[in-house]
Write a protein that binds this ligand. Structure first.
Ligand code: R5P
Length: 291
């Protein structure tokens, strides 16, 4: 029988413990001491040998600190096993998967090089932003989806004539999948983002959502711009309530309050990023993917 050891990085301790419980595997904690100059001293004691080691660490803000922590833990774990799997539930930098403007660095490909250099054998992510990002890592990888778990949450809700809405065309397939599992319909809005300023606008001019409860589905919320603009547009179209379902809620720059102010009734995210909104647990689907 395959034996696993789970090491929980700083950013994903609670989720890592849950994954270990699900796998009935030993859990190893990391200790992190931060020096006055900002450097980290990471210590990991008593790592069992000869197991597949799962290092669990999401790379949400502070992104670079959490990334270095991940690389350091993998590098240490590599001394105890040749089979190191990096479980990166939220993979930061995945939106930097191509050269959108001339001269831009494809950061996700740099991260792939770093992960390979420290000895990562396999990567498991949850709803990574794009398949291009996954390919750029150039490490055997598996991307699992939390949509099934988010749908379970929403199936328990009493909704009025619900409709799934994607805030942009890029998320159309995600919305279709969500809607099919809910047994309802979906639409996708057309969004424009200025690549220099980051400002988002909804280009779609009219949709028929009157008196309907809507679920806005996205892979991630960062500044909240996409969700806020979509909600403002949908409210103008006289919809009923707007719920938000997303896998990764970064919610930077007071995004949660601004989204609520725009008229969203509830934001539901998963524990790939620990937040108040993380009401859906992905430990079981990650453990199942590992087995
Ligand atoms: C974009 O393609 C993504 O799927 C998200 O819609 C986007 O990254 C969310 O960012 P923000 O919350 O800053 O609009």
């Amino acid at each position: 029988m395959v034996k696993f050891t789970v090491i929980g990085g700083d950013s994903s301790e609670d989720l890592a413990r849950k994954i270990a419980r699900s796998l009935k595997a030993p859990y190893v904690k990391t200790e992190n001491r931060v020096f006055p100059d900002g450097e980290s001293k990471i210590t990991i004691k008593k790592i069992p040998r000869n197991n597949i080691i799962l290092v669990v660490q999401s790379t949400y803000p502070p992104v670079d600190t959490n990334l270095l922590h991940l690389l350091s833990v993998i590098s240490k774990a590599r001394k105890y096993s040749s089979k190191i799997y990096a479980i990166i539930p939220y993979m930061g930098y995945a939106r930097q998967d191509r050269e959108f403007l001339e001269g831009e660095v494809i950061s996700i490909s740099v991260i792939g090089k770093l992960l390979r250099a420290v000895g990562t054998r396999k990567i498991i992510t949850v709803d990574i932003h794009s398949n291009i990002a996954l390919r750029e890592l150039k490490i055997p990888s598996e991307n699992i989806t939390a949509i099934t778990e988010l749908v379970k949450y929403f199936k328990k809700k009493k909704l009025t004539n619900p409709l799934i809405v994607s805030p942009d065309l890029g998320g159309k397939q995600r919305a279709i999948k969500f809607a099919n599992l809910m047994g309802i319909e979906s639409i996708a809005l057309k969004k424009h983002r200025d690549r220099k300023t980051g400002v988002v606008n909804i280009v779609t001019s009219k949709v028929n959502v009157k008196e309907r409860d809507l679920i806005l589905v996205d892979d991630m919320i960062s500044t909240g711009g996409s969700i806020i603009r979509s909600t403002q547009f949908l409210k103008k179209q006289k919809c009923k309530r707007v719920f938000v379902a997303c896998t990764h809620a970064l919610l930077v720059n007071n995004a949660e309050n601004r989204i609520k102010k725009a008229g969203v009734t509830e934001i539901i995210s998963t524990n790939t990023i620990p937040k108040k909104t993380s009401k859906v647990n992905v430990a079981k689907i990650i453990a199942d993917a590992v087995l």
